[in-house]
Design a binder for this molecule. Structure first.
Ligand SMILES: Nc1nc2c(c(=O)[nH]1)N[C@H]1C(S)=C(S)[C@@H](COP(=O)(O)OP(=O)(O)OC[C@H]3O[C@@H](n4cnc5c(=O)[nH]c(N)nc54)[C@H](O)[C@@H]3O)O[C@H]1N2
Ligand SMILES: Nc1nc2c(c(=O)[nH]1)N[C@H]1C(S)=C(S)[C@@H](COP(=O)(O)OP(=O)(O)OC[C@H]3O[C@@H](n4cnc5c(=O)[nH]c(N)nc54)[C@H](O)[C@@H]3O)O[C@H]1N2
Ligand code: SF4
Ligand SMILES: [Mo]
Length: 721
């Protein structure tokens, strides 16, 4: 393993670029090109190229830490694990199982996410588990399930994008967030297709567009309804498709017709002629797509907002047609798989629902427990964090850094501090780990094998390429050891392939069916798109009868069993939608304002997002010198007209103040933003922490917080250094 290069995938975003890891003779490893993976064809962004740095023992945790006399000090694994098990037991004894919380992450592999969900329900017996994906694409997931009966980020491979006629990219900035994917959009234009970008900022992505619509943050719902109104008014609906493949059009149509173009212009600030141009560009070609990301989704009405964009796609006959449809660009490395296998408050593996009796029976059968012993659905991520120290007294956290990334972060930090007990498993001493009573140093990415599911719904094999430093253990080991200490000796294997074998059985027959996928296939086929049920035949009935023997019993010649294997499903919905009647469902939605509209005291809107060189809470990327040099700290984007009114010069220190707190950072003056809006990236802790300001108003369906808009004022503090 040590001397040759290993094909694997990037630790960071949902594009899951392929890369090779090659150990260097002098020690350390190098990330090199891997052109055989079709999504990035060897291209990597700066974060991916520098990913190997975070493997260095100098940057990370290499021994468990326990809190002694207020300080974190090094300890042995036995002591650290004993302490966690004792404290969790004590809290459970005193307050009951629901006083134990678990918080996971969309960066965890499928095997880890699956095991974490099983651990919460089977070992701890708690309903109180959720994860950071709630902050990510949960609104798109809810809207997709509502309309199509299924949620998979993209219902088609990215390679379809350059071949379609028009793409509307809504609140998505791939130039910064998924740079190697930008080529799909430039190729689209080279092929004669058109690109429309909807973003309050003229981003590097918007600069590539044929048409840039710059709505006021939080008004995408009105914008989509205005476009649908025009589609109807101009007679551009696809009546045959509506009749044959959908239900609910009359109500959705009536709701949209209340949104006159002039009214929509008043709400969004997008001029009527631009609305008309967008409709013409979207409707003229035979095929077209709408792709959303966090802009329209991270709103307190994110589910309805995505629903409105889906309605536009349905009315024009797009979903389930070649090179067409609606898709969501998921975010984290395993943002898709992380929401399918049971770390979400209301879900069981295979994208099953925790409150569905048949699902409970199936999964309880695989787990060898009584279905009635499984707890019901618990609180959503923000609600769970908000309950810390009151209803939830002890927390096990794996794969997230909410001190930086949660909304109303100062409050969340205070809730974390008020816990009776906090255990954090992480690679580095994150801002959240710094608050813990026990910190466990875990292996990461290139040091372990596991699967992730990319934004395309493509299940991928991330292979171990290097030996981890001594002193660290895997998340699976942590859960195995804790389960044993809490009295569950079996069912928590540490071998990822064994976990995957069980995950296959647990997912069999569910919406996200992985039962026909094996590690061997993933390696040979460069990934497999779910659903991929196991076919009866030579492949055996391993998925059904609970035997992993099927994995080992494959004929040696891959061609010999090829005929029996399900090929996976790159494109969804071609014949029918997975709803009871096979039709997609329109949902009647109407515009409503954001949870916190500007007023005299807080006259501006703050929106937040990302820069190319930092990842999320920055726990990993802020430790890489090259990335930190490229993006050393937070900033506040101000339009020159706003800056002039405030008396702010470029580089001045400014305070952004909301009802929740105050964040300070240098001003960056740019015409690329609307004059009524300010923007901050959220990657940093401390005085420039954007999430000190954000509003935890939740979407009623997805429970997504409103990261993309809150009311603020800006105060100029004086010249920067
Ligand atoms: N460099 C980098 N790449 C990443 C990440 C990272 O942290 N850093 N994180 C990964 C993850 S987990 C995710 S979820 C993705 C996110 O990927 P994106 O969704 O592309 O990222 P964001 O910057 O959060 O938001 C996209 C755009 O939404 C715009 N926006 C703000 N408010 C609104 C609004 O009300 N309406 C509309 N239409 N647009 C709005 C912002 O101006 C921004 O340009 O990126 C992934 N890739
Ligand atoms: N204002 C604002 N806030 C936002 C957003 C926004 O757009 N605006 N976006 C939201 C979104 S979309 C997201 S996804 C969240 C993300 O925010 P976070 O959940 O904080 O995500 P990360 O910073 O990736 O944190 C992952 C942590 O897990 C660790 N880690 C990495 N791999 C592993 C592993 O295998 N095992 C374990 N145990 N730990 C590991 C990392 O070192 C890091 O400390 O932020 C949300 N917050
Ligand atoms: S685009 Fe995403 S997956 Fe690709 S190299 Fe960059 S961070 Fe990694
Ligand atoms: Mo995300």
């Amino acid at each position: 393993m040590e001397n040759t290069s290993t094909p694997t995938h990037c630790p960071y975003c949902a594009l899951q670029c392929g890369m090779n890891i090659t150990p260097l003779p002098q020690g350390g490893v190098e990330v090199t090109e891997r052109p055989d993976f079709p999504v990035n064809r060897g291209a990597l962004c700066g974060k991916g190229r520098a990913a190997a740095e975070v493997l260095s023992p100098a940057l990370r945790l290499t021994a468990p830490l326990v809190r002694e006399g207020g300080r974190l000090v090094e300890a042995g694994w036995t002591e650290a694990l004993d302490r966690i098990a004792e404290r969790l037991s004590a809290v459970r004894e005193r307050y009951g199982a629901d006083a134990l919380g678990v918080f996971g992450g969309g960066g965890l592999t499928n095997e880890k996410a699956y095991t974490l969900g099983k651990f919460a329900r089977v070992v701890l017996g708690t309903s109180q588990i959720d994860y950071n994906g709630r902050f990510c694409m949960s609104s798109a997931a809810a809207a997709g399930t509502r309309a199509f009966g299924l949620d998979r980020g993209l219902p088609f491979p990215l390679e379809d994008v350059p071949k379609t006629g028009c793409v509307i990219l809504v609140g998505s900035n791939p130039a910064e967030t998924m740079p190697p994917s930008l080529r799909f959009f430039t190729e689209l234009r080279d092929n004669g297709g058109t690109l429309i970008v909807v973003d309050p900022r003229r981003t590097r992505t918007a600069e590539q567009a044929d048409l840039h619509l710059a709505p006021r943050p939080g008004t995408d719902l009105a914008l989509a309804l205005g476009l649908l109104h025009l589609v109807v008014a101009e007679g551009r609906t696809d009546e045959e498709y509506i009749r044959e493949r959908t239900t609910g059009w009359e109500e959705a149509r009536a709701a949209a017709m209340a949104h006159w173009p002039e009214y929509v212009e008043r709400i969004t600030g997008v001029p009527v002629p631009q609305l008309r141009d967008a409709v013409r560009m979207f409707c003229a070609p035979e095929s077209a797509m709408v792709l959303t990301a966090r802009g329209p989704e991270q709103q307190s009405k994110g589910t309805d907002t995505v629903g409105a964009w889906i309605n536009l796609c349905l009315a024009t006959g797009r979903p389930g047609r070649p090179l067409s449809g609606y898709g969501c660009l998921t975010g984290q490395g395993n943002g898709q798989g992380g929401r399918e296998h049971g770390q979400k408050a209301d879900q069981l593996p295979g994208y099953r629902k925790l409150d569905d009796p048949a699902a409970r029976r199936h999964v309880a059968g695989v787990w060898g427990v009584d279905p009635d012993s499984l707890p019901g659905p618990g609180r959503s991520a923000y609600e769970l964090l908000d309950a810390l120290g009151t209803d939830v007294r002890a927390l096990l956290l794996m794969g997230s850094n909410p001190v930086v990334s949660a909304p109303r972060a100062a409050h969340v930090e205070q809730r974390l501090r008020s816990l009776d007990f906090l255990a954090v498993a992480d690679v580095v001493l994150s801002e959240t780990a710094q608050l813990a009573d026990v910190v466990l140093p875990v292996t990461q990415w290139a040091e372990e094998t596991g699967t992730t599911t990319s934004l395309e719904g493509r299940v991928l094999l991330r292979r171990q390429a290097v030996t981890p430093p001594p002193g660290v253990r895997s998340d699976l080991y942590v859960l195995h050891e804790l389960a044993a200490r809490l009295g569950v000796e079996k069912g928590f294997p540490t071998d990822p392939e064994e976990v995957f074998g069980e995950l296959r059985r647990a997912s069999a027959g569910g919406p996200a069916d992985y039962s026909g996928i094996t590690y061997r296939r993933l390696a040979e086929e460069n990934g497999v798109f779910w659903p991929c049920p196991e076919q009866p035949g030579p492949r055996g009935t391993g998925a059904a009868d609970g035997e992993d023997a099927a994995l080992d019993a494959l004929p040696d010649d891959p061609a010999a069993d090829a005929g029996a294997a399900h090929p996976g499903t790159p494109r969804l919905f071609l014949d029918r939608f997975p709803t009871p009647d096979g039709r997609a469902r329109f949902v009647p939605v109407v515009h409503r304002p954001t949870a916190e509209e500007p007023d005299a005291a807080y006259p501006l809107l703050l929106t937040t997002g990302r820069v190319v060189s930092q990842y999320q809470s920055g726990a990993q990327t802020r430790r890489v010198a090259e990335l930190n040099a490229a993006a050393p700290g937070p900033f506040v984007e101000l339009h020159p007209r706003l800056a002039a009114r405030l008396g702010a010069a470029d580089g001045d220190r400014v305070a952004v103040v909301s009802r929740r707190g105050r964040a300070v950072a240098p001003a960056r003056i740019t015409t690329a933003i609307r004059p009524d809006t300010v923007f901050m990236p959220f990657h940093w802790p401390g005085e420039g922490r954007a999430n000190t300001l954000t509003n935890p108003a939740l979407d009623p369906t997805s429970r997504m917080p409103e990261f993309k808009s809150c009311a603020v004022r800006v105060e100029v503090l004086g010249p920067g250094e």
